[in-house]
Design a protein around this ligand. Sequence first.
Ligand SMILES: Cc1cc2nc3c(=O)[nH]c(=O)nc-3n(C[C@H](O)[C@H](O)[C@H](O)COP(=O)(O)OP(=O)(O)OC[C@H]3O[C@@H](n4cnc5c(N)ncnc54)[C@H](O)[C@@H]3O)c2cc1C
Length: 386
Amino acid sequence: MDFDYTPEQVQLRDAVATLGRRYGHEYFVGKAKSGGHTDELWADAGKLGYLGVNVPTEYGGGGGGITELAIVCEELAAAGCPLLLLVVSPAIAATIIARHGTPDQRTRFLPGIADGSEKIVFAITEPEAGSNFHRLGTVAQRDGDDWVISGRKCFISGVDEAGNVLVVARTADAGTGKLAPALFVVPTNAAGLTRSKLDMEIVSPENQWLLYLDEVRVPGEALIGGDTAAGLPALFAGLNPERITVSAMACGTARYALGRASSYVASRDVWGRPIGSHQGVGHPLAHAQIQLELARLMVAKAASLYDAGRDIEAGVSANMAKYAAAEASALAIDTAIQVHGGNGMTTEYGVATLLGASRAGRIAPVSREMILNFVAQHVLGQAKSY
Ligand SMILES: Cc1cc2nc3c(=O)[nH]c(=O)nc-3n(C[C@H](O)[C@H](O)[C@H](O)COP(=O)(O)OP(=O)(O)OC[C@H]3O[C@@H](n4cnc5c(N)ncnc54)[C@H](O)[C@@H]3O)c2cc1C
């Protein structure tokens, strides 16, 4: 058992951390509050090859795995820039297209994802279906060589920043009530596709959208894998990378918060010595640090299993990592705010700004209850409870 990252992975970590520090949390919050996007950071990360670390080299990527992409996610978040679209475009979309796209889809989309010039966002969640994606109501119907898609999606991140959205739809001829999902690359400016912004209590430059698809027509080439049979495996291919990278991002956010909190309590002097010397302050931080390190271990294990092609075991670890990282991040932010006292709630000290995002980590992309259902059923052998 080897707990060390390779020298190349350590180098990548250091290099991404350096880029992250060049921007920092003030940049991230500034963009969020002014309604802007982190375009400069995204472009630099693309130029330096960080957005494409997991994309095969023949498509302009680094040829690494989800371990490398998780490093990128964690380090940018640890610098105060948790970029959700890393989880959506390079982790979900690039994996799905690299693994299940047609040769033409790979050539068309992967180089742009890798250099950052193309963002592809991901739309599965629907208002009626919720966590139960077997109830997806978005329907794709064949019409000659085209597909015509109708339905509604909600909470779709980054649609305003993306050229395309990967839409999960049910193929109409499934007819059996069984899920027969298919994935389509739909241009965000397609006729019949409209959106409205959701007002979220999250300080982030990345926005969530309601999407309305009203008979959106796309050509046959838009169907991932060129065959509806590719739908289910393609959909599942995206889940583990999504969970692992979102967990890495949560760990990075927790590191950022605990770093800020540790510096603060080491220098804040209220009773003649730094408040960090009081166990009532030091112990909660130490507890949060331990939870964080445990979560990081599980993220590393999940990424390593995934990169070794052990998808089933990776699925269990990715779910556990997601649970642990979301809890560790929520605890770290809450503790960091508490030890800052009143300053914890100010914008200046840069921790309360992460409250909404860290809380959302317990809900999205898969809620902690659904993870507990999964573990109870698949690890502990309990009957399905729903
Ligand atoms: C910031 C943010 C970004 C997002 N980005 C995207 C995106 O880019 N693309 C996308 O497709 N979606 C996105 N989502 C949606 C997200 O994946 C869903 O919100 C999430 O899967 C939960 O679904 P829901 O909101 O419909 O909750 P519901 O399914 O309505 O669940 C509500 C509550 O009930 C619990 N619950 C439901 N069923 C069960 C059960 N069987 N047993 C126990 N508890 C249960 C849930 O755990 C939850 O606590 C985003 C959400 C957020 C908050």
